[in-house]
Unconditional design. Structure first.
Lengths: 206, 391
């Protein structure tokens, strides 16, 4: 039975903590001629950002990258920020809730990403909060009911608990399954062999 | 004799009503019934299991059990290069593979900060709109079949075949086409592509009218769809429902207009909308969308610009560190790709925002209090593809 070997990713380091900084973009440090660096995230300034800054100060870090705006917010204020974006800035459509796993970032293992859209302004914004593995993220089901399944999927795939979710269960994988497949340490051929044996009556699902 | 039976029956039913006032007899106990629909059921369009809580014929509550077709597409993506992952996206919404490919290629192009050449944009638009018609035709045929109208299925499959023939001639595949590449299209259009597309447009325009003669004023169709599965505009927005379902509720929103991609900003077309947000309106919206797609295709095929069909892309694709979200108007709604690059040849993370998955969440709201038979109609009208729901 093929035991799980997490397939190796290429050697280049994944983005470091917080914003993807320039340091990660150019791995060969001093000797090699500087590669043409890609576009950098720029600070994002707008009326809305000014309003939000007035409220949260350094709790938020608004950036723009390739014409797309996003706000990195402190996990403690992110729920309030999302609520304000919905109620005061007309971001009434929650497009997606998802996460990205960075196991190398100590105590900052997960990016939780909310993608919002405003019908009124025809504008998108992404809100990002960086949380520690094991810490809960705030659930936004009370703000947008669409988040219900999206957060369940996120829990299923990453094991992130959404605090305040009315019914946080697995959605795509079976209820008794062990492990969260989109975490980086979960191998691509890995499976819950015990579950497969008991429930499917076969040695391996591979 | 018959009269005696009748009177006996009526007298017994009177007794029953009287009895109910007191303690209900056990065999007429009004407890709820839990009914399992699927995962193998012809009207669930795949392996969808719906657990229904019924009070007689009335639906009290539903729960969807999904994941039977889960293949871990997002995990696979992390172990493939950007180019290698391209064919996988076709297998999500396999009814509209071209749209999936368009969304993915454009998202990666955005990450690479480049654009496909105009000729590729035009060809992409034509093929995507052809695919939209094919997707709507397949939806119409199977949806009508679920409700009990058998004929439309044969009509729509016959006409859809013509689209698949064009795909086959263009790229060799009929369903999972893998027609586009990051940076443009791999294939130049074949000789007679324009004529084939024009011929198809002329062929299918009266056919769309024909579908309408079968259904639009058909009394059974009206009874089964009018006022069924109503979803108000505000509920749509709350539930994140997009595509024809949102437009049938009266929200005039289409990504092709709101945030144009490919070559859409060059063409004139309308956004059809409904008012009541019921199954009938969704049917009318999709029929109108087929006509609008034909309008776009006609304009596009007459104005395909000359030039290269493939842009300049590096052989080894290493997008700079960063993340991007790009979405397109797929036949089912907003199909989005959120891609995180760590500067290597493989994506660090790809998240697919599947319209079918999000739209299916609205099922519970739409069938609450409806009749059991309407569940079938509502699943059909949502136009889900389980390959995309489960990924």
């Amino acid at each position: 039975m093929p035991e799980d070997k997490p397939e190796q990713k290429p050697a280049s380091p994944p983005p470091a903590a917080g914003e993807k900084p320039a340091a990660a973009a150019a791995p060969p440090k001093p000797a090699a001629p500087a590669k043409p660096a890609g576009p950098m995230p720029q600070p994002w300034e707008s009326e809305m950002v000014a309003r939000l800054r007035g409220r949260y100060g350094s709790g938020i870090d608004p950036k723009t990258y390739l014409g797309q705006n996003y706000i990195v917010a402190d996990p403690s204020i992110v729920y309030e920020l999302l609520q304000i974006l919905r109620d005061d800035e007309q971001f009434d459509y929650c497009v997606d809730v998802t996460a990205v796993h960075y196991p190398q970032r100590k105590d900052q293992e997960f990016d939780i990403v909310w993608i919002l859209y405003s019908f009124e302004h025809n504008q998108r914004v992404r809100v990002k909060a960086i949380i520690k593995d094991g810490d809960p993220a705030p659930s936004v089901v009370a703000l947008w009911s669409t988040a219900n399944w999206l957060e369940r999927e996120c829990f299923d795939m990453f094991g992130i608990r959404f605090e305040g979710h009315p019914d946080l269960r697995r959605i795509l994988l079976p209820d008794g399954w062990k492990g969260h497949p989109l975490r980086k340490e979960y191998g691509i051929t890995q499976q819950d062999s015990e579950w497969v044996k008991i429930n499917l009556g076969i040695e391996s699902g591979q | 004799m018959a009269d005696i039976l009748k009177s006996e029956q009526s007298s017994s039913s009177v007794e029953h009503i009287e009895a109910e006032k007191g303690a209900a007899p056990p065999f007429l106990d009004a407890t709820e019934l839990i009914l399992n629909m699927g995962p193998q059921h012809p009207s669930t369009h795949g392996v969808l299991r719906v657990i229904l809580k019924l009070d007689g014929e009335k639906v009290l509550n539903t729960e969807c059990v999904i994941g039977y077709l889960h293949r871990g597409v997002e995990k696979i993506a992390e172990h493939r290069t950007y180019t290698m992952f391209n064919p996988y996206v076709d297998r999500m919404d396999y009814v509209a593979a071209v749209s999936n490919g368009l969304g993915y290629c454009e998202a990666v192009e955005k990450l690479l900060n480049m654009e496909a050449p105009p000729r590729a944009q035009w060809v992409r638009t034509i093929l995507t709109e052809l695919n939209r018609i094919a997707s709507h035709q397949l939806w119409l045929g199977t949806h009508a079949l679920d409700i009990g109208a058998i004929t439309p299925l044969f009509y729509t499959f016959r006409d859809r075949e013509e689209i698949l023939k064009i795909f086959e001639k263009y790229c060799g595949a009929r369903l999972t086409t893998h027609a586009f590449r990051i940076g443009g299209c791999l294939y130049e259009t074949y000789d007679g592509f324009e004529q084939d597309v024009k011929k198809f447009c002329d062929f299918v325009t009266p056919k769309v009218d024909e579908y309408e003669t079968l259904l639009t004023t058909n009394r059974i169709w009206l009874e089964r769809t009018k006022g069924v599965g109503i979803l108000k505009a505000q509920d749509c927005i709350d539930l994140g429902v997009t595509g024809p379902v949102l437009r049938a509720s009266g929200v005039k929103w289409d990504l092709r207009k709101a945030q144009p991609y490919a070559a859409y900003k060059n063409f004139e077309f309308e956004i059809p909308t409904g008012q009541n947000g019921d199954t009938y309106d969704r049917y009318m919206v999709r029929i109108a969308e087929m006509r609008q797609s034909l309008r776009i295709i006609r304009q596009a095929v007459d104005s395909i610009p000359e030039g290269p069909i493939m842009g300049k892309v590096p052989k080894v694709m290493k997008p700079p560190v960063g993340e991007i979200y790009h979405s397109i108007e797929a036949p089912k709604g907003e199909l989005g790709y959120f891609i995180v690059s760590d500067g290597s040849t493989q994506p660090y993370r790809i998240r697919v925002r599947p319209p079918s998955f999000v739209n299916l969440q609205a099922l519970g709201k739409m069938v609450e209090g409806a009749l059991m038979a309407d569940v079938v109609a509502v699943i059909g009208t949502l136009d889900i593809v389980l390959g995309e729901v489960d990924r």
